[in-house]
Write a protein that binds this ligand. Structure first.
Ligand code: ATP
Ligand code: ATP
Ligand code: MG
Ligand code: MG
Length: 878
């Protein structure tokens, strides 16, 4: 077996609209292509021995053990690899359930699709599954040690990629509210929402969190001073820079017990509390010095440690934090008890999990000593032995929810404190003996205010009710159930995507909104080019969706991107499907036009249920997509008598129809005429029917988004397909006594489209300079030849510079074959070099004739035309 390719899908895709995270492996079964599992001696037994848990896979028999039954009876190796890859992830703690296996048109080559939670783990699992199966085929077994290593590696990948408990809580809440989110490429920034409506977070800081508040909170001494000045109870203390000042400082705070901590520390690092002697104080000073130059000396306040979380001015959760400790059972030593606690799967390293493993430090031994224990002591049953002085979760502490217990006065105080410091999200550390009574009464203090407080003690307390604190954050960032989205209009089809995308963006601009759009020529925001290149995949979509200025996204969505990585967004408000015609067949395992239709239908199917799929009623495969989408349907048609559209309108639907020379929106009993085709430059005076169809699609997509008829009309009238705006799309040049047309048409449907215009050219002879990209199928070239024979009076057959792997001369031979098949007496010649071919065409141009150039390089063709002297680009004059 050999893996030929692994692709990672991250959005709605060919295999599933709902499952966005899929790995697609192209697998060559090689010698196993003809051998089902039952014919491989010992395979079933070896597989069951290696992965007994496969018993749990139902598969097609639909019952426990169903999959293994299939293995015993005989199934192909691709299918087994799929199940093994899923099971490996499952064993590493990642719950995935979706898989598909299909043989491609090439016998023995399979596509194996598996779900993943983490991309890298998914790819790893795919490769490991192939390794495992191959090993069982070759040797009857897969070594246990290797399997264990695989699972460990998968676990590591999963852990390394995890977001951390606070961020995890936030994105989960976003998902629950239908707010899209993505990870940005640096600083662990998370974007919630799209375009102009997006918000950013980094851990629990938001883009609203003020820098002054954060800096103040990080400076514990300044915080205390500001709070003390407002009458807030804070620890009595001072800051020193030299050991010499320590004695005086201790006196100043009123003598022992004291606390010593670094001025700008966190996570309890370098802190010693409850210091009762000069020796301890000196040691504590040194420990704090490791973390910070300046040292805080404070009075020690007896009490429990509380964390009060304030979001958007309101207390949303309160937790009591209990320092790391073990409870004696009368049998085990303290060391054993620690060992046992650290086995808890909820405890991880650092902030990975809801709790952190207990590690001992200097103060641990001090505490044990004070209690009269060593690590080897066996404490009596029920005795609590504290192992850390401070209660930070990151030093092994636990948390108990106290949200319902806090006294209203303390709520008031906490909220006021956070306002004073100036933070939108803050965690207050309060030391008091009883949080249900006012601080004032108990000599409680606010020890510090934390910016970017962790959420894990609130969302997953060791005891008490978990609090949805991320919900409070979302309420703040996205009040009134805002979704954070911007309208997304996605355009697909075999031909006309770029033109329609540009036109739609242009129409939308009439509303005054900032439109971001992506096309095969580049990515644009408003009137400016962001990046040139073929930008029709998910990455370019992200450029637009991440942009803080974009109010509307119009995305050309091409087949290649959907196939390679899925859509770059979860759902669109409008999905336009222009047409489905033979092109690119045989590439990427899309071999038939119906498969191509299924692929393009992803755009229609991933429209929000309250959005619109804008479908071509005249293309039967596109019209049929109406059955597959949950969205509303809007049809466009060139045929005013379309039965499908008539019925649709009767049922209350909306449509765009070309009728009596007008582009019109039809809804209910009303026909709203937008504009006469003749008045729309793009349609070349109404002579290019396919452009009318594109204009109908764009108008309808805008209309269902509530763009007014007037604005649509203004857009249609002012959009010019000039060379600068749409190079290579019906660029017509006036060369004095003849015209030249440059167009990108390169598949049968677009030849036909251009042909419809050329046939309307009746003033003189029509010369075609034709060819096509070398990676298309043989029969496609023959078809191109046939079409050319029907469209042109004289044909010059040329080839692309880049033959895409095809022997030079082969494409032109096939085109010639097509030409002579339909018109044995056709006038034609072959000039393989594109430049020479174009020049020949222009040289022989007859008076009032039209030279149609369908080039590989549009810019070169235009240059050659311009070399002919005074050229007027004569496009779509009204
Ligand atoms: P974090 O940022 O993780 O909350 P930190 O390193 O910033 O911790 P502090 O919050 O200042 O440190 O102190 C840690 C803990 O030590 C407090 O939550 C409290 O339990 C205890 N503590 C600190 N100062 C005092 C004090 N003056 N009296 C009593 N306990 C104190
Ligand atoms: P690509 O897949 O190369 O990005 P595209 O779908 O973006 O193509 P456009 O660039 O808009 O398409 O148009 C390319 C050519 O396709 C046009 O110049 C024209 O020849 C033809 N074409 C455009 N619209 C249609 C249509 N609605 N039907 C058939 N052919 C069309
Ligand atoms: Mg603290
Ligand atoms: Mg395009």
């Amino acid at each position: 077996m050999r893996i030929l390719k692994i692709q990672t899908l991250r959005g709605p895709n060919y295999w599933s609209i709902r499952r966005h995270k899929l790995i697609v492996m192209r697998l060559d079964l090689e010698t196993l292509a003809e051998t089902p599992s039952n014919e491989i001696p010992g395979f079933y037994e070896g597989l069951v021995e290696a992965l007994p848990s496969l018993e749990g896979h139902y598969c097609s028999p639909g019952c426990h053990g169903g999959f293994l039954m299939r293995v015993r009876e005989g199934t192909m190796m691709g299918h087994i690899v799929e199940h093994v890859a899923l099971e490996l992830q499952e064993l590493a703690g990642m719950h995935v359930g979706f898989g598909r296996t299909r043989e491609t048109a090439t016998p023995g080559i399979y596509q194996v699709v598996i779900e993943y939670l983490n991309e890298e783990a998914g790819r790893y699992a795919g490769r490991a599954a192939v390794r495992l199966c191959q090993s069982i085929v070759d040797r009857g077994r897969y070594p246990k040690a290797e399997l264990e290593q695989d699972i460990q590696d998968l676990k590591d990948l999963w852990r390394d990629a995890s977001l951390g408990p606070s961020t995890e809580a936030i994105v989960k809440e976003a998902e629950k509210r239908g707010i899209p989110w993505m990870q940005l490429s640096a600083r662990f920034l998370i974007q919630l929402g799209y375009g102009v409506n997006h918000k950013r977070m980094q851990a629990t800081m938001t883009d609203k969190t003020g820098i002054l508040g954060v800096e103040l909170a990080c400076d514990k001494e300044a915080t205390k001073r500001i709070l003390a000045a407002s009458g807030v109870p804070v620890p009595r203390g001072t800051v020193i820079n030299f050991l010499d000042d320590l004695e005086e400082a201790i006196e100043y705070v009123g003598g022992y017990p004291i606390v010593i901590k670094p001025l700008d520390g966190n996570h309890g690092r370098g802190i010693t509390i409850d210091i009762r002697s000069w020796e301890e104080a000196e040691a504590a000073y040194e420990a704090a010095r490791q973390v910070s130059r300046s040292i805080i000396v404070e009075r020690y306040y007896v009490g429990r440690d509380h964390r009060v979380l304030v979001v958007d001015g309101k207390v949303v959760a309160v937790a009591e934090r209990v320092p790391a400790h073990v409870i004696g059972n009368g049998r085990s030593t303290i060391a054993e008890l620690i060992e046992e606690i650290n086995q808890d799967p909820n405890r991880g390293d650092g902030h990975d999990k809801v709790l952190t493993k207990i590690e001992l430090d200097r103060t641990s031994y001090q505490l044990l000593e004070r209690a009269g224990f060593t690590l080897n002591s066996v404490p009596p049953k029920g005795t609590i032995c504290y192992l850390r002085a401070t209660a930070n979760l990151s030093t092994g502490g636990t948390a108990v929810d106290k949200t319902d217990e806090i006294h209203p006065e303390n709520v008031w105080l906490a909220q006021r404190v956070v306002k004073i410091i100036g933070l939108d999200i803050a965690g207050l550390d309060i030391v008091t003996t009883d949080i249900s009574r006012p601080l004032r009464e108990l000599d409680g203090v606010i020890v510090e205010v934390n910016a970017a407080p962790g959420f894990r003690m609130h969302v997953a307390p060791s005891q008490g009710i978990p609090r949805n604190v991320a919900g409070a954050v979302m309420d703040m960032l996205f009040p009134n159930e805002q979704s954070g989205r911007i309208p997304i209009l996605s355009v697909t089809g075999t031909n006309g995507k770029t033109t329609t995308t540009r036109l739609l963006a242009h129409i939308y601009k009439q509303t005054g909104k900032v439109v971001g759009y992506t096309t095969t020529d580049g990515t644009y925001i408003g009137d400016y080019l962001v990046e040139s290149g073929d930008n029709t995949g998910p990455q370019s979509a992200h450029v637009i969706l991440q942009d803080p200025t974009v109010e509307v996204a119009v995305l050309e969505t091409a087949r290649g991107g959907i196939l390679r990585s899925g859509l770059g967004f979860e759902s669109a408000n409008v999905g336009v499907v222009l047409n489905v015609a033979a092109d690119h067949l045989g590439i990427g395992d899309i071999d038939t036009i119906d498969q191509l239709a299924n692929l393009k239908s992803v755009v229609a199917e991933s429209v929000y249920p309250d959005g619109y799929a804008v479908l071509n009623a005249d293309d039967r495969r596109v019209a049929a997509m109406a059955e597959k989408t949950k969205a509303n349907i809007a049809y466009f048609t060139m045929n005013p008598d379309s039965e499908l559209v008539r019925k649709h309108i009767q049922k209350g639907g909306v449509a765009a129809v070309y009728e009596n020379g007008y582009l019109s929106i039809v809804k209910g009993d009303w026909t709203h005429r937008i504009e006469r085709a003749e008045q729309i430059p793009l349609t070349m005076g109404g002579r290019a029917p396919f452009m009318i169809a594109n204009a109908l699609a764009a108008s309808l997509a805008a209309f269902v988004q509530n763009v007014s008829i007037e604005q649509i009309r203004a857009g249609l009238r002012t959009f010019r397909a000039s060379v600068s705006q749409t190079p290579g799309r019906m660029n017509l040049f006036n060369l004095g006594n003849y015209h030249a047309l440059v167009d990108y048409a390169h598949n049968p449907a677009s030849y036909e489209a251009v042909g419809a215009f050329v046939r309307n050219w009746t003033s003189g002879q029509r010369i075609g300079v034709v060819g096509g990209p070398g990676d298309r199928r043989d029969e496609d070239f023959v078809t191109l030849g046939k079409l050319a024979a029907e469209i042109f009076d004289y044909i010059i057959v040329k080839e692309d510079d880049d033959t895409r792997g095809r022997p030079r001369g082969s494409a032109s031979e096939l085109i010639t074959k097509g030409i002579t098949q339909v018109k044995p007496d056709a006038r034609y010649e072959s000039i393989l070099d594109e430049t020479q071919a174009i020049n020949k065409g222009l040289d022989m141009a007859p008076a009032n004739g039209l030279v149609v150039i369908l080039p590989e390089s549009v810019s070169r063709a235009i240059k050659l035309i311009k070399l002919r002297g005074l050229v007027k680009e004569e496009i779509q004059q009204q």
